[in-house]
Design a protein around this ligand. Structure first.
Ligand code: GLN
Length: 489
């Protein structure tokens, strides 16, 4: 049962073949057995999960269940959870217990989902490898010496190792899609504003978006239906109806035109990834889609533009963490003047990557450099949005790589931030333009999974999920389990 998709698990629950308490206990056993080798969880909430599971079982018995009632899930530790620590992967918030639930958490628990715990992540979601967490690196279940991708690496590893059927994540520059690709699971980043950001610790507010890590597109559809929708507590949340994604995924693919950016398939793309992607595009063609070669000419500028805009917003968002109202306070905090107080709290509370971003952000926003960097980056952002808008005049969706390479070694890129940032070359464009995008398992490079990225126009989640669903009906890449994680505890 542990390796079943969310959709199949839901059917088994409704049919009374298994109870939520049994299912939750099995997941908790798997976490106990396997998580020592993965470090995917920061906090496991076993007792609370079993209480929620018992309530879900009563709800199912009363005939009052939704598709998610009784399904165990995990939340990235960036989502506020009332009464349970929300660390955001940082020493700064190691002691932070939120008084309220994030909208995502609230909506999923209202639907009856059972929260198993909070997953490990890069500190404040800054990273591409899950190595910047205060709680240590997450290991990729396909090869534990490799990174699982970041920043939602704990969620991706937990789903890949079948510790939990589904998990939430957030994506500011690729943090759902990139770990989904490196860990061999399905990741969905919805349109900016589709899912409320309320209660999600802010990194770069004009880019942040919550989404899902699941085995399948069908599972992502079920979760998105419950998570999406307008929320008066987030002023950027879109006031648009939420479609019946689960129904839409079954519609035939005929008539779909897929744009393939030829400049995404250059020397920078690993040969094994390229081979798997070419195969996958062929499969989409066999399914009835028409492929069309396109160019996204400004996408190579997305990394430099993003690494100005995101740190600028982060430097502002993270100024609230000073150890006064909440957050880490140094034991030496009171030993000097006010400046020393801030310096100690922030100096000891934040890790190196977060400090680097705060410094870059403050610098690009400073009077002398604002025009040269921040303003310029905003103009590049417009160019990239324009590239996509033009492409979508001719094609329904864009397909290409999620990442340039499969998972790389733990420690391999930590000494060179630019090499680390270049992992995001294919994912950042969708964030800069606010577009929905997915990563779908599409093969292997050596023994490591490869992700196919699908990007669509604003609010085209149904189209993306439908394309991914058809692909997954014909392939079994998403169903492969990392060696050693298949057996039951
Ligand atoms: N890797 C990117 C960064 O480090 C994206 C992170 C994210 O999407 N949260 O900022």
């Amino acid at each position: 049962m542990h390796d079943k998709t969310l959709a199949l698990t839901a059917r088994a629950l409704q049919a009374g073949e298994i109870s939520s308490v049994e299912l939750t206990n099995r997941c908790l056993e798997r976490i106990r057995r396997f998580d020592e080798s993965l470090n995917a969880f920061i906090t496991v909430t076993g007792d609370r999960a079993l209480e929620q599971a018992a309530a879900a079982d009563r709800r199912i018995a009363a005939g009052d269940a939704t598709a998610l009632t009784g399904i165990p899930i995990a939340h990235k530790d960036i989502f506020c959870t009332a009464g349970i620590r929300t660390s955001c992967g940082s020493r700064m918030l190691d002691n932070f217990i939120s008084p309220y639930d994030a909208t995502v958490v609230e909506r999923l628990s209202r639907a009856g989902a059972v929260m198993l715990g909070k997953t490990n992540m890069d500190e404040f979601a800054m990273g591409s490898s899950n190595e910047t967490s205060f709680y240590g690196a997450v290991h990729n279940p396909w090869d534990r010496d490799k990174v699982p991708g970041g920043s939602s690496g704990g969620s991706a590893a937990a789903v890949a190792a079948r510790l939990v059927p589904a998990a939430t994540g957030t994506d500011t520059g690729g943090s759902i899609r990139q770990p989904a690709a490196l860990a061999g699971v399905t990741g969905l980043k919805p349109t900016y504003g589709r899912v409320s950001r309320y209660g999600m610790v802010a990194f770069a507010s004009s880019l942040d978006q919550a989404g899902t890590l699941t085995q399948t597109a069908e599972d992502a559809a079920l979760l998105l239906e419950a998570m999406a929708g307008c929320d008066s507590r987030d002023s950027t949340s879109l006031d648009e109806p939420v479609p019946d994604y689960s129904r839409a995924i079954g519609e035939p693919l005929e008539g779909l035109t897929i744009g393939v950016p030829e400049n995404f398939f250059d020397d920078g793309l690993d040969a094994g990834n390229a081979a798997a992607l070419t195969e996958a595009l062929g499969e989409l063609e066999r399914l009835g889609a028409k492929l069309k070669s396109i160019r996204l000419d400004n996408v190579h500028l997305s990394v430099p533009a993003y690494y100005v805009v995101a740190p600028a917003e982060a430097s502002s968002n993270l100024s609230r963490f000073d150890g006064v109202r909440y957050g880490y306070r140094s034991p030496e905090a009171m030993a000097g003047d006010l400046n020393a107080f801030y310096r100690r709290n922030r100096g000891e509370g934040f890790g190196a990557e977060v400090k680097r971003r705060i410094l870059i952000g403050a610098w690009v926003l400073s009077t002398g450099y604002y025009d040269a960097y921040y303003l310029q980056a905003q103009k590049v952002r417009q160019l990239i949005s324009g590239d996509f808008a033009r492409a979508f005049e001719d094609v329904d969706i864009v397909a290409g790589p999620t990442t340039p390479t499969p998972a790389f070694g733990i420690g391999q890129k930590t000494g060179d931030p630019v090499q680390m940032y270049l992992n995001d070359i294919y994912t950042i464009g969708a964030n800069l333009a606010g577009l929905p995008a997915m990563s779908v398992p599409c093969g292997f490079s050596g023994a490591l999974p490869v992700g196919l990225q699908l990007i669509g126009p604003h609010l085209s989640e149904a189209r993306l999920l439908q394309t991914a669903h058809h692909f997954q009906r014909e392939t079994d890449w998403h169903a492969r389990v990392p060696p050693g994680y298949g057996e039951n505890p």
